[in-house]
Design a protein around this ligand. Structure first.
Ligand code: NAP
Ligand code: MG
Length: 537
């Protein structure tokens, strides 16, 4: 099925473009420049996607999308939407909901499967664009796309399930059953660190269940969002069922979650913003799924396979430059192995190659922006003031090839004690706090003693200890003998305590969030039968 997709970057001044573009045109393709934008020549200008059309915003302000590895590279300009634009998108989604909900779920699944095929065909291209706009190395952005593909294929199969229960009635000649209906219009608000994977965890289940969506992606990764929506439409999702509004959190995200036309909200981001969204949703009695911050720890016991544990922490702490909600930001080393492990870790972390994620030799890409790098650097200073010992990194790199981006080296703070800010607060960068623990008991206690509870990891060869850790660690995810990162698309993902509000993404759980069960009783006995009363006479 072809779509009525309109090019987001076609050059026409002032209109809400309704002209078609050929199917080869891509959002932001070179040479497609809106001539009324403030961007320099050659920089693609993007628009919101509302009802299958790429439309200009009401009053015209824009923001730039830049490459964090080369900050003077402007990748595109995007509309800074406000409440009026959000309302257009919500109105479109309300119409989209009425048509999309009537497509049979197996058919919706087929359409989403096709979008998985399209993502597969464009995987390398999308990964490259993603690396350019948010920095992580190509192997990881490919993984990000793959996670969306996996999620698409999972969604496709769910179209032929969407189970609810039919159970025996307590009364004769009576049926009792439940079935799933969509909730309505979903607001999707997402962060920049997984520009495709995280949105796909929300958008696929929402659409499969028959909802329409309005998506406000992170301002740092708008281009990936444009490409994903383009693919959804190309696959055959109804044009008004997918709406995309670019802009800032306060200006576009907030009116979106507060809009009376929104029935359900799915948010991933910081705990501070999530708490606010949750409070507002509560007042409006809207369903809200919140996936928030983490302060994940890896515990290495004396009996562990140390080589495995070393590889694990290098990947968990410095992969994605530490900018994962599941990043390993605390390393708990048992007394007996502490010194030797730390020395070897230092040696290997020092050898990690910092650089542009597009360069296949790079292992650690840049930080997302200057503000975040400043914050990370500030935390290293805080750690030192608190008495931690800086063992590695902690300085802005001075290599000329890194000067144009927001690079920050793998950093290790040792001698960190429980309760220090660097041990408690999410840093969201390549900074690892190393804590010495006496034994397993102290390890579990320190792991658990934070406001967050997303991921965790324990390295041991003792199977009893591993099972005890599984049961006692207060986290949504525990890895045994592997790092704190590495979630798979078909298992529940989410955290306890201040990491969220009890919902899970991945696997089946989001299908229950994006649908509501209706219960139906069919009494064909031809007489009034009273539950609880007739049965106990
Ligand atoms: P963020 O600042 O909370 O932003 C997340 C999203 O919310 C962005 O799209 C943002 O827009 C928007 N937003 C900001 N203020 C808003 C408001 N008042 N109303 C509505 N929307 C608003 O988080 P981030 O810095 O992008 O991402 C990093 C955080 O996400 C970390 O805490 C990390 O742990 C967490 N995270 C959690 C998970 C998980 O599954 N648990 C996964 C990934 C990331 P702008 O981009 O315009 O600010
Ligand atoms: Mg960017």
């Amino acid at each position: 099925m072809t779509t009525s997709l309109q090019g987001p970057a076609v050059a026409h001044s002032g209109d809400s473009d309704t002209r078609g573009i050929d199917s080869q045109s891509r959002p932001g393709a070179e040479g497609q420049v809106r001539d009324n934008g403030p961007s320099r020549a050659g920089v693609p200008a993007f628009r919101n996607l509302i009802g299958g059309r790429w439309v200009d915003v009401a009053d015209g302000p824009t923001f730039e999308n830049r490459n964090p590895a080369r900050w003077d590279e402007v990748l595109g300009v995007f509309p800074r939407s406000t409440a009026a634009d959000v309302e257009l998108a919500v109105a479109s989604a309300r119409r989209g909901f009425e048509s999309w909900r009537n497509v049979p779920a197996p058919k919706r699944g087929e359409i989403l499967r096709r979008s998985g095929d399209l993502l597969t065909a464009r995987k390398d291209e999308i990964a490259e664009r993603m690396t350019r706009e948010m920095g992580k190395v190509l192997a990881e952005t490919r993984g990000d796309v793959q996670e969306a593909i996996d999620t698409a294929y999972y969604a496709a199969t769910e179209g032929r399930r969407l189970f609810s229960n039919t159970v025996p009635s307590e009364l004769p000649r009576k049926w009792a059953m439940a079935f799933r209906r969509p909730v309505g219009v979903a607001a999707i608000v997402t962060p920049w660190n997984f520009p495709l994977a995280v949105p796909s965890w929300k958008i696929y289940p929402a659409l499969l269940c028959g909802n329409a969506v309005v998506w406000k992606p992170a301002e740092e990764t708008p281009e990936t969002a444009a490409v994903f929506c383009e693919i959804l439409l190309e696959a055959g999702v109804h044009p008004e069922a997918v709406n995309l509004v670019f802009g800032y959190g306060e200006e576009a995200g907030q009116p979106l979650v507060e809009s009376p036309g929104i029935d359900v909200i799915s948010f991933t981001g910081s705990t501070g913003v999530g708490r606010e969204i949750g409070a507002r949703a509560g007042r409006q009695l809207k369903g809200v799924s919140l996936e928030l911050g983490g302060k994940n720890g890896q515990l290495v016991l004396d009996d562990a396979d140390l080589e495995l544990a070393l590889e694990g922490v290098l990947w968990g702490a410095f992969g994605t430059t530490g900018q994962r909600c599941t990043a390993t930001s605390r390393l708990l080393l048992q007394d007996g192995i502490h010194d030797g492990f730390l020395a070897e870790l230092e040696r290997r972390a020092a050898a990690l190659r910092l650089g542009d994620g597009l360069d296949p030799r790079s292992q650690v890409g840049p930080i997302i922006n200057e503000k975040q790098r400043h914050s990370i650097h500030g935390y290293v200073a805080v750690g030192r003031e608190e008495g931690a010992e800086l063992r590695l990194g902690g300085e802005l790199p001075d290599a000329p090839d890194l000067a144009g981006g927001w690079f920050y080296p793998p950093t290790i703070l040792a001698g960190v004690r429980p309760g220090m800010r660097v041990e408690q607060e999410e840093i969201f960068g390549p900074v690892l706090s190393v804590i010495r623990v006496r034994d397993f008991e102290e390890g579990v206690q320190v792991l658990n003693d934070t406001q967050y509870g997303l991921s965790s990891s324990v390295y041991t060869r003792d199977v009893a200890r591993a099972f005890e850790a599984m049961e006692r660690i207060e986290a949504g995810i525990t890895y045994v003998n592997s790092p704190t990162i590495g979630a798979e698309a078909h298992l529940p993902f989410g955290g306890v305590k201040n990491t969220g509000n009890g919902h899970r993404e991945g696997g089946w759980a989001p299908y229950t969030f994006f649908s509501e069960e209706k219960t139906v009783y069919v009494d064909y006995s031809g007489r009034l039968q009273k539950a609880q009363i007739d049965t106990h006479e």
